[in-house]
Design a protein around this ligand. Sequence first.
Ligand code: HEC
Length: 142
Amino acid sequence: MRQTRSLIVTLIIVLTAWSGTLDKPTSAQEIEVIVGGEIEYQNYCAVCHGADGKGQGIMNKYLTVRPADLTQLAKKNGGTFPFWQTYRAIEGREEIRGHGSRDMPLWGDRFRTQAGGNDSGSRAQAAGRLLGLVFYLQHIQE
Ligand code: HEC
């Protein structure tokens, strides 16, 4: 009887601990997403924004608008990382800075084209890559 009771107590403790981890990604999963975003970042963004995100990329001197320092997005937004605003800035459906001209490429279009088109599968694949980039940028905020 006592054994059964302690078994039930143990089971409850284990289940509680397990359910507590359900909505939280383990740190290994987080790292996987961030590293994926970092690889994309170094491939596509570092030429303008710099390997460290501070805006000192090698293409910098050919641009009319200085690339943003991407480590300061949270600080510029009162300490909160502007997650979806950053997503839209990269995705490109939203103008970053009026005036009609944009020195920043439209990554949403580019990623959708690379994925094969404008069907829902390609759109989902492009959205995943954009999200990886945003999670990486969130990770490098100062
Ligand atoms: C050809 C150069 C170039 C490349 C490549 C580039 N950017 Fe940009 N980016 C800019 C410039 C210039 C700006 C400043 C905004 C503007 O165009 O008015 C900017 C702005 C941004 C902003 C908005 C910052 C703010 O203050 O709101 C984000 C976010 C951003 N870039 C992320 C990225 C990411 C992620 C990549 C790679 C997928 C990337 N950029 C690749 C040139 C570039």
